[in-house]
Design a protein around this ligand. Structure first.
Ligand code: HAM
Length: 423
C-alpha cells in the first residue's frame, strides 16, 4: 500500500517554518491593533448562498473554485474561499455596527479555492485581513491601505507597489457595462468560451480574461464612465494616500476578481511574484455587499493579504526568522538510577528555560549529539560519579556543579551564552 499523500494544492506547516509563520501573524495582529482593529474569526464553512450572492455568479471563484458539498441535512455548504462576506455577516448578524461605527476587525483565516496549484497558488491558503465596517468616507479607504502598508514595512518587504482604481457606483458600472457589451458584441465569435458566457451574464468579468488579453487591452475604460461624485470620491482617497506618504499607481485596468466592490479597489503587487500571481493582496470598498446578504445597507472597506506569498517574499529578502531551537537545555541522564532526579531537575529548570529531558536508555554520546540537533546550547548530565556536569555544547567546556546551585548555574550559563554566542 503506498503512503497517503496530502491533497493537491495543500501544504503542511512543518516546525522549521513555524517561527516565520507565527512572526507574520503576530506582526499583522500588532499592526492592525495599533490602528484599533480587533480580532474576529468565523466558521470555516458557510451556507453556499453567502458566497454565491456575495462574491457574485460569473466570477471564477463562484463558477469554478468553490469547495461546495451537501451536508447530511441536505443543505449546500461551502468551504470559505474569502473572508469579507463571512466577516460582514458576523458583524451585522451580531449588530456590532449599532454600538459603534465603524467596526474595525482583523482576521487570520484559512481559505479554500479549487485553483490550479502552482508556486504561490494553493487550494488551501491563509489570508490576513482587516475590514472597516459601517462608514463611507475616503479616510477609511486610505486607513486600511495604510494598515497593510505599515505591516509590510514591519516585515521588511521592499518593492511593494500599491495599485488603486475606482470601480465607481452602481450607475457608473451600468453605463460601463453597456459600453463593454457594445464593444464586445461584434467580437463574440472570436472570444473564448468563458468570455462568451461572461458577455451574457457578467460583462465586467470579461476584463479578467487572460486568453483574450488583446481585447481587454483595447476595451473601454471604466474611468471614462465615472460620474462626478465617484471621481471626487476617488480623488479624496488619492489625497489621503498622499498625505500618508504611501506611493501608489492609478491602474485603470484594475478590476479585481470579486463582484462586491464599488468605488475604491486596490492591490499590492510585488515584482518577484510572477504573472497572474503578482498580487500579494488586494481589497476595496464593498458598499452594496450587506444588501446582497439580506442586511440593511452598510458600507465597508478592507483588504486581505496572502500569507504564503508574504512569506515567500520575506524569505527571499531574508527578513523572516529561521527555525528556532527546540530546547536551550537538555537534561541527559547517565543511568536508569538517575531518571527521577533528571526529570525533577528538568521540571524545575522549565521555570527558567526551554528544557527537554532525555531519560532514555541511550548512551550519553548519543544523547549529547541529539541535544545538539535540538539546537540546545547546554546539556546537564545527571547521574555521573563526579556529580552534576554542565556542558556547553558549542564551546565543549564543562564543569561540575552542586545540586543546590544547579538551577542558578544553568541560568547564568544561559545568560553568558546569550551575551557571547559561540561562532
Ligand atoms: P483576493 O484578491 O481574492 O481578495 O485575495 C487576496 C489575496 O489572497 C491575494 O492577493 C493572494 O495573495 C491571496 N490568494 C488568493 N488566492 C490564492 C491562492 N489560490 N493561493 C494563495 N494565495 C491566494 C479577497 O479575498 C478579498 N476578500 C479581499 C478583501 C478584503 N476585500 C475587501 N476586504
Amino acid at each position: 500500500m503506498s503512503p497517503i499523500t496530502p491533497p493537491r494544492g495543500t501544504r503542511d506547516l512543518l516546525p522549521d517554518e513555524a517561527p516565520a509563520w507565527r512572526w507574520v501573524h503576530e506582526l499583522h495582529a500588532a499592526a492592525a491593533a495599533r490602528h484599533g482593529y480587533r480580532y474576529i474569526d468565523t466558521p470555516i464553512f458557510e451556507q453556499t448562498d453567502l458566497f454565491s450572492r456575495g462574491i457574485g455568479g460569473g466570477t471564477d471563484i463562484v463558477e469554478k473554485e468553490m469547495y461546495t458539498f451537501t451536508d447530511r441535512g441536505g443543505r449546500s455548504m461551502t468551504l470559505r474561499p474569502e473572508g469579507t462576506a463571512p466577516v460582514l455577516r458576523a458583524v451585522l448578524g451580531a449588530h456590532l455596527e449599532q454600538l459603534l461605527r465603524p467596526v474595525r476587525v482583523h482576521y487570520a483565516m484559512p481559505m479554500f479555492r479549487y485553483d490550479r496549484p502552482q508556486a504561490g497558488r494553493y487550494r488551501q491558503f491563509a489570508q490576513l485581513g482587516v475590514e472597516c465596517i459601517g462608514e463611507r468616507d475616503a479616510s477609511y479607504d486610505a486607513e486600511v491601505i495604510e494598515v497593510a502598508w505599515r505591516f509590510m514595512a514591519d516585515l521588511h518587504i521592499d518593492g511593494v507597489e500599491v495599485q488603486v482604481n475606482s470601480l465607481g457606483d452602481r450607475d457608473d458600472r451600468l453605463r460601463y457595462r453597456e459600453a463593454l457589451v457594445a464593444y464586445y458584441t461584434p467580437l463574440r465569435d472570436s472570444l473564448c468560451e468563458d468570455c462568451r458566457r461572461r458577455l451574457d451574464i457578467n460583462p465586467l468579468r470579461l476584463l479578467d480574461c487572460k486568453r483574450d488579453a488583446q481585447y481587454v487591452a483595447a476595451a473601454p475604460l471604466l474611468g471614462d464612465h465615472l460620474g462626478e461624485a465617484s471621481r471626487d470620491y476617488f480623488a479624496a482617497v488619492v489625497t489621503q494616500l498622499e498625505s500618508a506618504a504611501i506611493p501608489h499607481v492609478h491602474n485603470q485596468r484594475l478590476v479585481r476578481g470579486l463582484d462586491y466592490y464599488a468605488h475604491t479597489a486596490f492591490e499590492f503587487w510585488h515584482t518577484s511574484l510572477a504573472g497572474a500571481q503578482n498580487a500579494l493582496g488586494g481589497g476595496g470598498r464593498y458598499d452594496g455587499l450587506a444588501e446582497e446578504l439580506g442586511f440593511s445597507p452598510t458600507p465597508g472597506v478592507g483588504y486581505a493579504l496572502g500569507v504564503e506569498r508574504l512569506l515567500r517574499i520575506a524569505a527571499d529578502q531574508q527578513a523572516a526568522p529561521g527555525p528556532h531551537a527546540s530546547a536551550q537545555v537538555v537534561v541527559c541522564t547517565a543511568s536508569a538510577a538517575a531518571v527521577s532526579q533528571g526529570q525533577q531537575l528538568a521540571r524545575e529548570l522549565r521555570n527558567r528555560a526551554l528544557v527537554v529531558a532525555d531519560v532514555s536508555g541511550r548512551g550519553l554520546d548519543k544523547k549529547l549529539r541529539e541535544a545538539g540537533r535540538l539546537g540546545a546550547r547546554l546539556a546537564l548530565l545527571v547521574g555521573l560519579e563526579e556529580g552534576l556536569i554542565l556542558r556547553d555544547l558549542q564551546t565543549r567546556e564543562q564543569h561540575v556543579i552542586t545540586d543546590d546551585t544547579a538551577l542558578d548555574a544553568v541560568s547564568e550559563a544561559l545568560l553568558r551564552a546569550a551575551r557571547e554566542p559561540a561562532a
